[in-house]
Write a protein that binds this ligand. Structure first.
Ligand code: CP
Ligand code: NVA
Length: 314
């Protein structure tokens, strides 16, 4: 089975080059119209999907997607394993990678995911960490491409918690696609300087750009896509009051949408809190693509798995 080539993982958005990202998105678009077109997991071969945090969309889209690729989704919740009793992540990787074709993991620290990948013989996919949510941004790019017929040169503004996994993934994944990515957030919640610098370097090669601002007018004016996410992410429970206080001006509401381009589309990775990070009028209005976006998790992750499994097969 092994090709002798290094195993490819998808731990951060910039693990795919611009050409590879475009290839994955093209396959995702094909799978969106013909869901059973690819069967790389026929057998069935199993894919392990591990959750240390709650999930609806990621759980469903990986499970359905793995089955549609001909495989068997082995969904494992942390409460049912020895993770809480100190089993080393490297040992988990060694055990799983002798029996499954790939591993997807939703966890807390990115460095734990990296440790899993370093010990794994099979591709490891980030199903969300504190730092990044790259599968979501692949789905979001597919959604934007379906709406506009292109990606490069469009402006995407993320409003709200600029230090979140979604903001970081928009920076890296959006820059890779040649988007002009704007993060519009209160100064106390700006993205990591390292991620901004990496995104700016990528944008320099793809024709995109990166802007971080606290000014909502500068952030929203003429944007082609407005996106937001919860103000308090999983693992930050107890910080709701302090976060809401400074993030209210960044709520995705009708005024922000009016400042954007006439055709502006709206994204939210869900789950959403109407009346907080987004108004009901906007998320349930004509500019919203949030349910197309949630369906696209399925197509994007299937395409990603096809790509990673092809690389593994040589
Ligand atoms: N958007 C997203 O990842 O949703 P879940 O947390 O429900 O998987
Ligand atoms: N930023 C959110 C995304 C949820 C899909 C979180 O990490 O909770």
């Amino acid at each position: 089975m092994s090709s002798g080539r290094p195993v490819r993982h998808f731990l951060r958005d910039d693990d795919l080059s611009a050409a590879e990202q475009a290839r994955v998105l093209a396959l995702a678009a094909e799978l969106a119209t013909n869901r059973l077109a690819r069967r790389p997991l026929d057998g069935p071969r199993a894919v392990a999907v591990l959750f240390d945090k709650p999930s609806l969309r990621t759980r469903v889209s990986f499970s359905v997607g793995i089955a549609e690729l001909g495989g068997y989704p082995l969904v494992i919740d942390a409460g049912g394993t020895h993770a809480g009793r100190g089993e080393a992540v490297e040992d988990v990787a060694r055990v799983l990678s002798r029996q499954v074709a790939a591993i997807a993991w939703r966890t807390f620290a990115q460095d734990q995911l990296a440790a899993m990948a370093a010990a794994s013989r099979v591709p490891v996919v980030n199903a969300l960490t504190n730092e990044f949510h790259p599968c979501q941004v692949l789905a979001d790019l597919l959604t934007i491409q379906q709406a506009y017929g292109r990606l490069a040169g469009l402006t995407l503004t993320f409003l709200g918690d600029g230090s979140s996994n979604m903001a970081h993934s928009y920076l890296l994944g959006g820059a890779t696609a040649g988007l002009h990515v704007r993060i519009c957030a209160p100064a106390a919640y700006w993205p990591s300087a390292d991620v901004v610098a990496t995104a700016a370097a990528i944008a320099g090669r793809t024709g995109g750009s990166v802007l971080v601002t606290a000014d909502t007018a500068a952030g929203c004016t003429d944007a082609d896509v407005l996106a937001t996410d919860v103000w308090t992410s999983m693992g930050q429970e107890g910080q709701e009051g302090a976060r809401s206080e400074v993030m209210v001006p960044y709520s995705l509401d009708a005024a922000k949408l009016a400042a954007a381009s006439a055709y502006c589309r709206v994204l939210h990775c869900l789950p959403a809190h109407r009346g907080q990070e987004i108004t009901a009028e906007v998320i349930d209005g004509p500019a919203s693509l949030v349910f197309e976006q949630s369906e696209n998790r399925l197509h994007a992750q299937k395409a990603l798995l096809c790509f990673l499994l092809e690389q593994a097969a040589g």
